[in-house]
Design a protein around this ligand. Sequence first.
Ligand code: SF4
Ligand code: SF4
Ligand code: F3S
Length: 267
Amino acid sequence: LETQSRVPVIWLHFQECTCCSESFIRSSHPIVADILLDQISLDYTETLMAASGFQAEEAMHQTMTKYKGRYILCVEGSVPTAANGVYCMIGGKSSMQILEEAAENAKAVIAWGSCACNGCVQAAKPNPTSATPIHKLVKGKPVIKVPGCPPIGEVMAGVIVHLVTFGRIPQLDALGRPKAFYSKRVHDTCYRRPFFDAGLFVESFDDENAKKGYCLYKMGCKGPVTYNACGVTKWNGGTSFPIQSGHPCIGCSEDNYWDNGRLYERA
Ligand code: SF4
Ligand code: SF4
Ligand code: F3S
């Protein structure tokens, strides 16, 4: 790996809140500075690049031409397809046009976060912009889905480092998610699971059972139906995750969780 040149990456931002990028830059193992300085060449990203305007557009097009078939395309956000894509325009082009151009010669496409994987909050009913996930628009090449709102930084880093190191996409499940991080439910690795099994539940956020750290199932926890690595990898360098902070899992890595998950609805 040390002798390989850095792999070019184009990272697009469409309908999103940018917290996927915020999560990525907090990866501590591998540390994100090592990825950016040693393993990838982040040639275009609206959030982190120094260039702007024509220079930025030029950088993206140079990468697409010079590294045809060799660059990785990362997409954060959904694509609005209503009204010919007018709801998300960058540099005079719709996100639909930009995605089509950038995906055409990409080696692989990574869909970062629930916005890019399933539309997330923008696609919640009535989905006024027809927010559409990336895999529904990119044809003929693999789209690696890394869902979560946001995904865990170390998971994002792990996916991109796998691609760069081995030159191939990681093993994916039937929904296109890397098995290494999405093969278990949050419930399967949750440290509160013994309380669930014993029938000991928090009944309200400020009751004695909450202080004792009992299971949050009755507070609407979606851990039993949510596939993610939060119970193992945790967040902020392994510090904690929502359930450890006393909050039920809202199922942020599952398709259409805004509409389907009935947030906070008691079981
Ligand atoms: Fe933000 Fe969540 Fe969308 Fe990521 S998936 S850009 S964190 S709204
Ligand atoms: Fe399962 Fe949630 Fe209870 Fe943890 S807190 S054991 S994930 S129901
Ligand atoms: Fe999301 Fe649940 Fe993890 S809300 S951050 S999948 S614990």
